[in-house]
Design a protein around this ligand. Structure first.
Ligand code: NAP
Length: 540
């Protein structure tokens, strides 16, 4: 290509998304001295932590494992106040990172990307924004989040409701007054579970519409004292080293024993300990076959079912809350704080919509097959068109007029979840099948961003302006994603991790949305690409 013929693009790198991933990518681009822009449709940085303003929103990662690891100065400065920080604290943290490292100047906020078209002649992307502007960039780096395309249920009459209603992702900025209100919550995933537990004692009445119950476990949150924070600061190297060496990027690692290798008493004691311990230990630090062997999993499910039955006073309600269609941990485990106890309150009702389906939303409330209930507020905690949904919202057109949406119609096809053949110079940070999807997110994205930054550096050094994944790399990676997903019980269940969402037009087939081979194996794949000079890519 005659570079002299083409006009240089406005930016060398354009990042879509100013959340956890986009902020770190901006930091790396800044250090590399590349002409950069970060665009985000929100009015401020923070991504997930900017949007999800529903009561009770917080993460399930130990706070000290959620912060970035790249700056000792930042680690020394920041104090987490709870073991599992609430939304507001994480949002403040991300804002502080942006200020501290002077990244604000790259941020173009309230900018929704509507399309991105590859221009082969210019070797650049042309990116259209909803305000009518168009930007050109050599590299397009997507940091658009895994869970940023919320989906409402498709019940008739959703728009007709006369009270206040919202999806949890779009919960209002200004505080909602719940006191004395008749509130409905539809959905009992991680979001619904947090919300229900938080508002149960603040509302007049709460009616929960549950389709399929999830297996929930106690978060066991608590404050971090200043002494504890000091201790954490002294152990950051050790903490990140531990996260680095677990399959999930959390501090929790699987127990080397199989379920049946332990005696019934040892099992009981171990599970009691996990149930009382903070965080995901009960899910990710359990016996090694708990998430791969049906029999082992059934034993664990019995243990948690008994916990639910002990905690919920009304046996009929308890039975409705015990999942019967999948085993413990085979879908994402919602972590809770007094969730089950909410159902012991007189003002809380559980409606099992697998028995009495919702027929429609009415101007006054929700009508199930047996009755209409009236509400002041309806909250939809109905989840997301996960991982690929935010890509589908942008008209991404690669070489030869190929649309990403069409290429991914039967499910995502990627090279390491980071690049797509036919879409040169686009790096899908935290894309489907990348290592970031099934890990402690900041740990996963640091890996992806570092790899991407290394690739851009390599291209600069070699005076290259075009990189594209090879078709054979995609085929091999698709095989990897499939093989690992089939090895875990998770891969058999319908959840957002396997591309299931009843609220979008899509066949309910299992999709290879995640790479389940673990963070260490993923890292080896990426390192090999680098050490061998990117054999999986065409670089010109
Ligand atoms: P989700 O896990 O997909 O749950 C959505 C819920 O809505 C499910 O109970 C689903 O029922 C129900 N639902 C969906 N459509 C419905 C319909 N038409 N009618 C009735 N019920 C309907 O979504 P989420 O709870 O928002 O969580 C998504 C992910 O976000 C989590 O898995 C987690 O990774 C992340 N998250 C993390 C945290 C945290 O760190 N603590 C907190 C919140 C969310 P079915 O199961 O029957 O489909």
């Amino acid at each position: 290509m005659d570079l002299a013929e083409s006009v240089a693009p406005q930016y060398e790198a354009l990042v879509i998304g100013a959340g956890v991933c986009g902020i770190y990518q901006a930091y790396c681009l800044d250090r590399m001295g590349l002409k950069t822009a970060v665009v985000d449709r929100a009015s401020d940085v923070g991504g997930t932590w900017h949007w999800n303003r529903y009561p009770g929103c917080r993460f399930d990662s130990e706070s000290e494992t959620y912060g970035y690891s790249f700056s000792k100065d930042l680690l020394a400065e920041w104090n987490w106040t709870e073991r599992f920080a609430p939304r507001e604290e994480t949002e403040r943290y991300l804002q502080r990172v942006v200020e501290k490292f002077g990244l604000r100047k790259y941020m173009q906020l309230q900018c929704t990307v509507t399309s991105a078209h590859w221009d082969e002649k210019a070797r650049a992307w042309s990116v259209a924004l909803s305000d009518g502007r168009s930007l050109t960039t050599r590299f397009l780096l997507t940091a658009i989040g895994l869970l940023s395309a919320p989906t409402l249920p498709r019940y008739a009459g959703v728009e007709s409701f006369k009270g206040q209603s919202f999806h949890t992702y779009y919960a209002p900025r200004e505080p909602v007054d719940y006191s004395g209100k008749r509130v409905a919550v539809v959905g009992t995933g991680s979001t619904g579970v947090q919300l229900i537990a938080e508002v149960a004692d603040k509302v007049g009445s709460l009616t929960v519409f549950q389709r399929r119950p999830n297996w929930c476990a106690p978060l066991n949150n608590g404050p971090i004292s200043s002494e504890e924070m000091l201790d954490i600061k002294g152990r950051y190297d050790e903490i990140f080293e531990r996260c680095h060496n677990t399959p999930s990027g959390f501090i929790h690692d699987v127990d080397p024993r199989k379920v049946m290798e332990a005696s019934p008493q040892e099992r009981e004691e171990f599970w009691e300990k996990l149930y009382a311990s903070p965080g995901f230990g009960i899910w990710l630090g359990n016996f090694k076959d708990m998430l791969t062997d049906v029999g082992a999993n059934a034993e664990m499910s019995k243990f948690v079912a008994n916990k639910i039955r002990q905690r919920v006073k009304n046996p009929a309600v308890a039975e409705k809350l015990v999942p019967k269609d999948h085993g413990f941990g085979t879908r994402r485990v919602p972590m809770e704080t007094r969730y089950y106890e909410a159902y012991n309150r007189d003002n809380v009702e559980l409606v099992d919509i697998s028995e009495t389906p919702i027929e429609r939303v009415t101007p006054l409330g929700i009508k199930t097959s047996d009755q209409e209930r009236e509400f002041d507020i309806i909250i939809y905690a109905t989840g997301f068109d996960a991982i690929t949904g935010s890509f589908d919202k942008i008209d991404i057109v690669g070489s030869d007029g190929l649309r990403l949406k069409d290429k991914w119609r039967q499910g995502p096809v990627t090279a390491y979840g980071l690049a797509v053949q036919g879409f040169p110079n686009m790096i899908t940070l935290a894309g489907p099948q990348s290592g970031s999807v099934a890990t402690n997110f900041p740990r996963g994205i640091e890996e992806a961003v570092n790899w991407c930054s290394g690739l851009l550096e390599h291209m600069r050094k070699t005076n290259s302006t075009r990189v594209e994944a090879k078709a054979e790399t995609e085929i091999a990676w698709g095989e990897q994603a499939k093989v690992w997903l089939q090895r875990i019980l998770f891969g058999r269940e319908q959840s957002w991790f396997t591309g299931y969402n009843s609220n979008v037009d899509r066949e309910p087939t299992t999709r290879n949305m995640i790479y389940a081979g673990g963070a260490q194996r993923y890292r080896e794949h990426l390192s090999q690409e680098v050490s061998e000079g990117y054999p999986g890519f065409e670089i010109q």
